[in-house]
Design a binder for this molecule. Sequence first.
Ligand SMILES: *Cc1c(COP(=O)(O)O)cnc(C)c1O
Length: 429
Amino acid sequence: MQGTTMDGGSKDIATRTGEATAVDYDVDGIRRDFPILAREVHGRPLVYLDNASSAQKPRAVIDTERAVYEEEYANVHRGLYWLSERATDRFEGAREKVRRFINAAHGREVIFTRNATEAINLVAASWGRTFLEAGDEIVISEMEHHANFVPWQVLRDEKGIVMRQAPIGDDGEFLMDAFAKLLGPKTKLVAITQMSNVLGTVLPVADIVRMAHDVGAKVLIDGCQGVTHLPVDVQAMDCDFYVFSGHKLYGPSGIGVLYGKEELLDAMPPYQTGGDMIRSVTFEKTTWAPLPNKFEAGTPAIAQAIALGAAIDYLTGIGMERIAAHERDLLTYATQRLSAVDGLRIIGTAPGKASVISFDLDCAHPHDVATIADRAAVAVRAGHHCAQPLMERLGVPATTRASFGLYNTRADADSLAEAMEQVRRIFAR
Ligand SMILES: *Cc1c(COP(=O)(O)O)cnc(C)c1O
């Protein structure tokens, strides 16, 4: 990749938006790696701004998944023939790529799941059911995704656990002092997001982990958004569990990751039972396989895991720091552009936030906003973003959300702002 332009759009758009940036980042070259970005929607070039929900896939990921099926596919772990050994090597190779990407100490601490939702349910069902009892406390935040809320609520009702919500400020900032006050000897788990999928707020997770450990609590970090925008080092963070989904990390759907510290995973009972997760089975008794297999019952998502490895290779080839710098620039630019739209209020302005912009337009419901935007081929999400408790806290039924990824451009932000002006022309009187 060469070149230094930030704008992926045509020359007149580049001129219109004015300044270039100092970041050396070939976004045009990156865009060419994503076949879907070349397509049109309603006769106009696609402007994809729903990355927080799911990201598009580079050719390297698509080609890897196809190549697995065309050249190297067989079931993993049990085969004694060449093809199965080859598929197993590639599947375990993908685990090693994940391990390195998040800097886990061992591959056996990396469990493949379907997605982050399944990873959190695994921890709730296995660790939570085994080690929590009535009166124990779980601390979450007001901005959790339902995936990091409902499993704990179900456990609460099942076991008589107490659940506490760490509050946020009106700008979406995580309030550390208020969080500290919720911690105590009864706190057994802090389950918290690294970055809000609605507000873009980035939480000081290393500090949160330290404070939780000081009172003897374990910490689960929901890394779904964080892992796509920030370099992750689970050992430096010192979290006990870390979860994310492949599909938001430019990889396939159907594959996710649970990282857990070995001693915790070792002490936990299996989440699902069946094939591939046993040491021995007799009619009287079954013993479990060692990590990570104990938590990977049944045939896994083989090609998807291998293609997730390709996504990680692709991202590390560019560099997470450089992606983060590009996205910071875009966030600043898009925030300026949207702020200039009459009646548009950005929801979530915490310092250090990352590339998600939720907003409210005073003249139209978010669903109408997203529908008008779609006519201009601008894909944004409208709704509660799987965070209804947060909507309640913010006092809004829904927001419109634009979320930026590594291939988005200033021209995309311009298209979004223009679509919002169009909404005003239609709805505001
Ligand atoms: C998307 C998301 C989830 C759920 O991810 P799935 O892939 O649907 O399991 C959980 N938490 C956050 C913060 C998310 O953005």
